[in-house]
Design a protein around this ligand. Sequence first.
Ligand code: HEM
Length: 372
Amino acid sequence: MRKPGFCIALCATCLAFVVVLLGAYTRLTHAGLGCPDWPGCYGFIYVPQTEEQLAHAMLRFPDAPVEADKGWSEMIHRYFAGGLSVLVVLLALQAIKRRRQPGQPLGLPLLLLGVLVAQALFGMWTVTLKLWPHVVTGHLLGGFITLSLLFLLSLRLSGRAPAVPSSWRLRLLARAGLVLVMLQVALGGWVSSNYASVACLDLPTCNGVWWPAMDFDNGFHLSQQIGPNYLGGHLHSEARTAIHFTHRLGALVVGVAVALLAWQLFRRGYSVLAGLVLALLILQVSLGMGNILLRMPLMMAVAHNGGGALLFLSLVLVNYRLRAVPHTSAANAFDLPSFLSLSPSIWRRGWNFTIGAVSKGARVVSLLQARR
Ligand code: HEM
């Protein structure tokens, strides 16, 4: 049965999807600095229009002349994000009010509120740190996390997504798929924020070769300095190629993992879930390839972002449906430790494997040192 707050959570999920798409549009039209201040735009709550407002804007920001199109892209994204914030606050207030009702989630709405505050900060830093790739990528990831948490909340409040029987292997595969897609999304954000999308112009090769010249050190130099302004990117061509190429390799890994998950779901009779993740994977890979072959048409690049979000949501759904079958309503609650606790034996095996690998690594290093 539906729980109170379901409709708000569903509306917020849809709105979050729109906000993610608007964010992509703003990034891809290079409008991230369309308003040089935050939360207003040249000190106004809309893009300055009249001569008087334009003169005022010029006086306050002489180095950033008003570009109305870019300003509106940025402001529309902020208005929608503002609307989403109102819904998230409402969800949190409602959850606090109904906290004593059985099965009513409290942790998740509060977590969402925290993520939203972090997102607002990242939105502000995107502007004030002038599109620093770390912040832009963090903001993109934050958007995906907000969207997926809202979706999870909607699922929980809907009361219509019962757990289905599953083995720990299948659950492990589903979680691995979720993590891999998240990493691939982060890589995608890194491609976009470092302006590396056209670093390879052909497919499946990159600029005519299978393994191009790449500079991974600079491409993934995570402690690079801030500023002065990252619009257009700072990295040289081989560093951008390294980023772009890694995103392609990531797609390969994600492709194999998600296809394997779909196959396993299908084998166990969950053909709708299997079909959903497989269709979204094919869509996402096709959009990525289309972006390269057609030289990044704007709408296709935005759709690639949306496709990434839908693929991620489909994996959230799969993970939610495969959760350990609840015996009590408490088992239905989302809490990170139980979400991660697949089974004690898996943790034990993982621990033994890690210890074994580390001690083998140490032995190899000491052998190498002895040879020198
Ligand atoms: C398999 C799963 C994939 C996922 C989840 C994924 C996800 C993403 C995301 C989230 C972005 C950031 C978009 C933005 O900033 O708005 C991105 C960018 C990009 N992706 Fe993928 N991607 C995948 C596969 C691929 C493939 C197969 C290719 C091509 C071979 C590709 C090519 C690109 C390019 C060129 C960009 C940069 C676009 C830009 O500048 O915004 N992606 N990807």
